[in-house]
Design a protein around this ligand. Structure first.
Ligand code: HEC
Ligand code: HEC
Length: 258
């Protein structure tokens, strides 16, 4: 198929999400002054794309990735920082973006139509499908895990706060209790039990009314031989959820009355 047709769809989607996405998102930059037909270095988009359509595609990029134009475009050498040389390929991210555009075009144009049982009008993949407002489409547990391994668990705790302040409510990351719990299991499996415990403490702080978070933290303390703290967490789990069987069992195993 259908390259041309698929391309139209991508543009349409881009234009749509550009309209919807305006407002609070970091879209803008200096409005470029070129007119249609004056674009010098288009390798993926049609060379005769009207300027408005091109800008709609670019706005879709900024809102899907949560970035500004300068994420992919550099200023003119020696020029003011707000006059961008859009034709320049000096930023590596611009070429990554070209690769992503080709990938998305192939998915929508060639691969999706061959997937069975999707019905008449399958959804189209766009930059937002994966990126969800972040420059790199990684999960919260992946991001924080990388920080914990490279810079230590305290940095990961700080990064959690920063990411939450910036992205909460946008759908970029899952800030539900499962993310930190998953991260803690991974750290435990890597032999980083103390780091895992710190992450579970954070989870219990963030979700003070979750019996599950309290119980998991209790387990981590128990594994570390910290009986008193484990008991406190199991009791907390039972205050939140009086019939929590797992917490009752652990308390009995530790010789305590549930
Ligand atoms: C995620 C990276 C990315 C972001 C962010 C981005 N662009 Fe682009 N831009 C590109 C790529 C890639 C091309 C080249 C497309 C091609 O080769 O078909 C391009 C091309 C252009 C061109 C055409 C330049 C020429 O003469 O060849 C203009 C104008 C432009 N972008 C404006 C903008 C504006 C304005 C913004 C901010 C609203 C923006 N871009 C944000 C990646 C980006
Ligand atoms: C199928 C999922 C998917 C889609 C759709 C997608 N991306 Fe990506 N994108 C990725 C992945 C995966 C990475 C690499 C993350 C990493 O490991 O650094 C990435 C990385 C990037 C980067 C490099 C970011 C950096 O800071 O190094 C840019 C730029 C980018 N994508 C732009 C786009 C644009 C523009 C679109 C839409 C045309 C798009 N992506 C669509 C999955 C996707």
């Amino acid at each position: 198929m259908h390259r041309r047709q698929a391309f139209r769809t991508v543009l349409l989607l881009a234009a749509l999400s550009a309209c919807v996405g305006q407002g609070s998102r970091p879209t803008s930059g200096a409005a470029p002054t070129e007119q249609a037909g004056e674009h010098q270095n288009l390798q993926v988009l049609p060379k005769d794309i009207p300027h408005d359509e091109l800008i709609a595609v670019m706005r879709n990029f900024t809102s899907s990735l949560g970035v500004r134009c300068t994420h992919c475009h550099v200023p003119y050498e020696g020029g003011p920082p707000d006059s961008l040389n859009f034709a320049s390929d000096a930023k590596p991210t611009k070429d990554v973006a070209r690769g992503m555009m080709r990938m998305v075009r192939e998915i929508n144009g060639d691969l999706l139509p061959d997937v069975p049982n999707l019905g008449e009008n399958p959804m189209q993949v766009g930059c937002m499908t994966c990126h969800r407002g972040a420059p790199r489409p990684v999960t919260l547990e992946d991001s924080l895990g990388t920080v914990a391994r490279r810079m230590g668990v305290d940095s990961a705790v700080a990064a959690y706060g920063a990411l939450r302040r910036q992205y909460y409510g946008r759908g970029t990351y899952d800030f539900g209790e499962r993310s930190l719990s998953t991260l803690a299991s991974r750290l435990t499996a890597e032999g980083r039990a103390a780091d895992a415990r710190r992450i579970l403490e954070l989870n219990a702080e963030q979700f003070p009314s979750s019996a599950g978070a309290a119980f998991e933290l209790g387990r981590a303390y128990e594994a570390a031989g910290d009986r008193a703290r484990a008991i406190t967490q199991y009791r907390r789990a039972l205050t939140i959820q009086p019939n929590n069987r797992q917490a009752q069992e652990r308390l009995r195993a530790l010789g305590e009355q549930p």
